[in-house]
Ligand binder design. Structure first.
Ligand code: SAM
Length: 454
């Protein structure tokens, strides 16, 4: 049962059709969709979930509805980052980007509320030569975000764990800001009974104040002419249209209009005060969950920075670098740096923005962690296996589905013929490391990520 105060609050909202809306929440037909990882798709010897793909999500380039929800836990392609399970409506962010930035170059993009990372992976795939800063304020959620980013494997994502206010230290730094705001969550009513139980008008009000605070804290980071994308999974006008009006009024953002196809079922709204454009997704009209999104161009510039953190990203010693190169040969456009005791690699053109970010923010992950030296031995990192870096000096063993699942459960796989450090791959997709010793095999799959279900 949906809250009565919610239904009452929706009267008069453009596109809200009470009977159809209620019906779709009673006859709950779950919709599952995935978006392929453009960086890894070309590595695959076999398309993941090929027999499960139904129709394409119409507003994106490579995302599909599935015929039914599979058991993702037992699909090695998921663990190897071949695709991301993402709700279809929220993939509309890609359509906005296609229309607003049809030819992405080297944009620097901020995803301010990024966990668990659905839109971060979308941004990484769209801005292939750009840099995505994926921030999450809540520490435990920043860990989930990092896990998903590691599996995605691309090195154009930097994960930070900061309060949005800390970004004020980076005025006019970003070309694009996405605020996928924490919200009252009514858009998830169909999927999540907890969202129904936790909904209240008071919470809508609290969320709208929080959304304004985050915008106030971060609007200065956007360059003049930069793009601000605002989204929620709430149907409430206080978190949607009212926020758009406030943004135009307070900060003179210029609202942009997105072209829609009539068969998408998306409702275009125009706010009464400031005539800003917004896009509403109702699950009785689109194949997806509840969602709201709007996009603006920034007209004014930012303010100047004052703050400096000690930058903890250092250059490795020449001797250590020489030892490292005995184990791993990086492409020429990469540079190696140290964070704590680990070697990391990042493409040269990301180095300068990374330096600036590291002076202002807590960097949780940047570039690809390669591993560390233990005496003369190189201990490779899990992140390295899941990355896109070529590992020509390392052994690899291609395994079947049963062995892959055995490995992902962190059991000892039965593998012949390999020696020393060795990656395991399934259908061409690397899953992690084993170490083959004379009398045993050690499985280095991260314990906290292993499959626990039988
Ligand atoms: N963008 C994500 C995705 O596509 O996977 C989903 C983001 S979710 C709608 C909103 C996020 O905002 C949550 O991860 C939540 O932890 C975070 N959040 C909560 N309070 C916040 C705050 N005060 N400032 C910024 N983010 C906050």
């Amino acid at each position: 049962m949906l809250p009565i105060s919610f239904i009452e609050s929706m009267q008069g909202v453009k596109g809200f059709q009470k009977e159809a809306f209620l019906a779709v929440h009673v006859h709950n037909i779950p919709v599952t969709s995935i978006r392929f990882n453009p960086f890894k798709k070309k590595l695959l010897k076999q398309l993941s979930l090929a027999d499960q793909l139904d129709e394409k999500v119409p507003w994106t380039s490579d995302a599909w509805y599935l015929k039914e929800r599979p058991s993702f836990t037992f699909d090695p392609f998921l663990h190897g980052g071949a695709y991301y399970v993402q709700e279809a409506s929220s993939m509309f962010v890609e359509q906005i980007l296609q229309q607003a930035i049809p030819q992405p170059a080297q944009e620097i993009v901020l995803d301010i509320s990024a966990a668990p990372g659905g839109k971060t992976t979308l941004l990484s795939g769209y801005f292939k030569n750009g840099l995505v800063v994926a921030n999450e304020v809540i520490k435990s959620r920043a860990a989930i975000l990092t896990e998903n980013v590691i599996k995605w494997g691309a090195d154009n994502i930097i994960v930070t764990n900061n309060d949005p206010v800390h970004f004020q230290r980076l005025p006019a730094f970003f070309d694009v800001v996405l605020l996928d705001a924490p919200c009252s969550g009514s858009g998830l009513f169909r999927k999540d009974a907890g969202a129904i139980a936790g909904w209240s008008l008071e919470n809508v009000h609290t969320c709208s104040l929080r959304q304004q605070r985050i915008i106030r804290d971060t609007m200065g980071v956007l360059k003049h002419g930069g793009l601000f994308i605002y989204s929620t999974c709430s149907y409430s006008t206080a978190e949607d249209e009212a926020i758009l009006d406030w943004m135009v009024q307070e900060y003179a953002f210029e609202p942009l209009r997105i072209q829609l196809q009539p068969n998408w079922g998306i409702v275009e709204v125009r706010t009464t005060q400031q005539e800003a454009w917004g896009y509403r997704f109702f699950p009785d009209q689109v194949k997806g969950e509840g969602f709201f999104v709007a996009v603006f161009r920034k007209k004014s510039a930012g303010i100047q920075p004052v703050f400096r953190l000690e930058n903890n990203l250092t250059q490795p010693a020449g001797k250590a670098l020489a030892l490292l190169s005995e184990h791993i040969q990086l492409p020429e456009n990469y540079r190696v740096f140290m964070q704590e005791n680990g070697f990391r690699a990042i493409q040269n053109h990301y180095w300068q923005p990374l330096q600036q970010l590291a002076q202002q923010l807590y960097i949780k992950k940047a570039g690809i962690e390669l591993g560390g030296l233990k005496g003369k031995d190189f201990v490779p990192s899990h992140e390295l296996a899941l990355s896109l870096l070529p590992l020509t000096q390392m052994n690899n063993v291609e395994v079947d589905l049963e062995t892959a699942l055995h490995y992902l459960r962190k059991q000892v796989p039965a593998i012949q013929g390999a020696k020393g450090w060795c990656t395991i791959s399934y259908c061409g997709l690397r899953l992690g490391w084993i170490k083959v010793l004379p009398n045993r095999i050690n499985n280095y799959y991260p314990a906290e990520w292993r499959i626990l279900k039988d």
